[in-house]
Ligand binder design. Structure first.
Ligand SMILES: *[C@@H]1O[C@H](CO)[C@@H](O)[C@H](O)[C@H]1NC(C)=O
Ligand SMILES: *[C@@H]1O[C@H](CO)[C@@H](O)[C@H](O)[C@H]1NC(C)=O
Ligand SMILES: *[C@@H]1O[C@H](CO)[C@@H](O)[C@H](O)[C@H]1NC(C)=O
Ligand SMILES: *[C@@H]1O[C@H](CO)[C@@H](O)[C@H](O)[C@H]1NC(C)=O
Length: 440
């Protein structure tokens, strides 16, 4: 079978190549037929002719049948020269597990201009789960690249043939997949209702998802599977994309607490992050935290210290705790950065989502709860020893992101001691020396 690593463009070329081959062969065959037939007196089918016929049959079968679904949901643009983004904005929401990215994803998702998918790269890791994050980096990158362009043919490597839109990971969390033309449930401008969508929209086709995607001014993808920015350079350089990167980070100690509660759900992803190392239990999770924290530092430094030109003004870091303290102000700023308009109903939705009860039914659900309480829960529930260990493996990230370490059990539990320090707004790079050397 063809490997999962295959690039869809390869199929495109294969198709073009075999199509032209069969066309020229047919023409050559027709052109020479009369002469051949007279020459050979019809009875002597030479080996050359037999081989030609065989190739012709093979090429025809190849182009017409078995691989047709590879190009059936190709956008028409791929065959013409690249178009500029035409005002369309593409957003990658980069985050890590248990960092509030489901919530921030919903802040995008509920906007009527946004086509949002939650974690499409999940499919890469789920399909190739015996591998490691490093080996899958480019497959993840290519998948995000194509999906941002509304090309879902890339999903072919990861979904059964002729899948419905409801085979996409967390599909019902995406308002666009519960709205026309995929499903008639959610009219334009309305908020989506996930449970109703799960019941009524399961039969939406993947092709209609492509049509939907092209209809929105913004495509937003959330992912926790990017650990550096370099692999995204081709996306940033792609003239048909107008890419903005929103980097959501959270206090590693709060992340740790949330991860402990879900330890079993995270085992498979941990295996990939740790390159299938033999570490188990707490030790494995400390190592994952270390990787995650390092990736935050790596991404932030790449984007802010001496960034290549094509990264300038395309990166914004957001701390979960700042959203919790000022949800409307922070989401306004994120909307500004991504060229989205804030509306009154959206503000109401954001307010509700951050000021509900602390009930969380499903670990991956963005229910409304009191976000402030949730964000501080680690201080009363975590053993101090674990906090110290996390502070140690995440030392650099904590100092970069202005999270203050607590040095005693007493300090940890004393909530009046603030451990989330204010940060300067730095997405404009104004604090960088003006004459720093640029390199690509
Ligand atoms: C989806 O399709 C299946 C099979 O065709 C059908 O049984 C089911 O009722 C459909 N569901 C909806 C919500 O249309
Ligand atoms: C999608 O396109 C149709 C027809 O052009 C339009 O009526 C509809 O409002 C669009 N939907 C969105 C979400 O842009
Ligand atoms: C927010 O909550 C209020 C009170 O529960 C409710 O009336 C309103 O419909 C909610 N709005 C949104 C957009 O969720
Ligand atoms: C440019 O940066 C260098 C150090 O990298 C510094 O010595 C020099 O004074 C700076 N020039 C200006 C004009 O700021």
């Amino acid at each position: 079978m063809w490997g999962n690593y295959c690039n869809p463009y390869l199929y495109d070329r294969l198709f073009t190549f075999s199509f032209s081959l069969s066309l020229s062969l047919s023409l050559a065959f027709i052109a020479t037929q009369d002469r051949l037939f007279t020459m050979l007196r019809l009875r002597q089918i030479t080996p050359t002719l037999a081989i030609l016929l065989l190739v012709l049959v093979f090429a025809t079968v190849l182009t017409s049948n078995r691989y047709s679904h590879w190009y059936s949901y190709y956008p028409a643009e791929t065959s013409t020269s690249p178009q500029p983004s035409q005002g369309k904005v593409h957003v990658l929401l980069l985050s890590s597990w248990r960092s509030g990215s489901s919530f921030l994803g919903q802040v995008f998702n509920q906007n009527p201009s946004v086509f949002y998918l939650m974690e499409p790269a999940w499919h890469v890791w789920a399909t190739l789960h015996m591998s490691g994050a490093r080996e899958l980096r480019m497959a993840v990158r290519d998948l995000l690249h194509q999906v941002l362009k509304c090309d879902l043919s890339v999903m072919d490597s990861y979904l059964p043939p002729r899948s419905k839109a409801s085979k996409l990971f967390m599909w019902s969390h995406s308002r666009a997949l519960c709205s026309p033309p995929v499903c008639s449930l959610t009219p334009p401008g309305a908020f989506s209702k996930q449970l109703q969508c799960e019941k009524l929209c399961v039969n939406g086709s993947l092709d209609s998802t492509v049509d939907a995607c092209r209809n929105y001014s913004h495509v937003v993808l959330k992912t926790v599977r990017i650990f550096e920015l370099e692999s995204l350079y081709p996306l940033l350089r792609d003239p048909t994309l107008d890419l903005r990167i929103v980097h959501l980070v959270r206090d590693p100690r709060a992340v740790w607490q949330s991860r402990r509660k879900l330890a079993n759900d995270l085992v498979r992803d941990n295996g990939l992050v740790l390159q299938q190392s033999k570490l188990k239990g707490l030790e494995a999770d400390y190592r994952v935290m270390e990787e995650v924290c390092r990736s935050h530092v790596r991404i932030h430094q790449r984007a802010t210290l001496n960034p290549p030109d094509f990264l300038r003004d395309r990166y914004k870091i957001v701390r979960y705790e700042d959203i919790v303290v000022d949800p409307l102000g922070q989401t306004d700023a994120i909307y500004d950065f991504t060229g989205l308009k804030m509306t009154q109903p959206l503000q109401q939705w954001i307010y509700n989502a951050t000021h509900g009860s602390a009930l969380v039914k499903h670990p991956f659900e963005t229910g409304s709860r009191n976000a402030k309480d949730v964000s501080r829960a680690w201080r009363t529930t975590l053993p101090h020893q674990q906090v110290r260990r996390v502070q140690q493996v995440c030392k650099d990230a904590m100092s970069l992101l202005s999270y203050r370490a607590v040095n005693s059990d007493k300090d940890q539990r004393q909530l009046s001691l603030d451990v989330v320090l204010p940060r300067a707004v730095d997405n404009k790079f104004s604090w960088l020396p003006a004459n720093i050397t640029k390199h690509q």
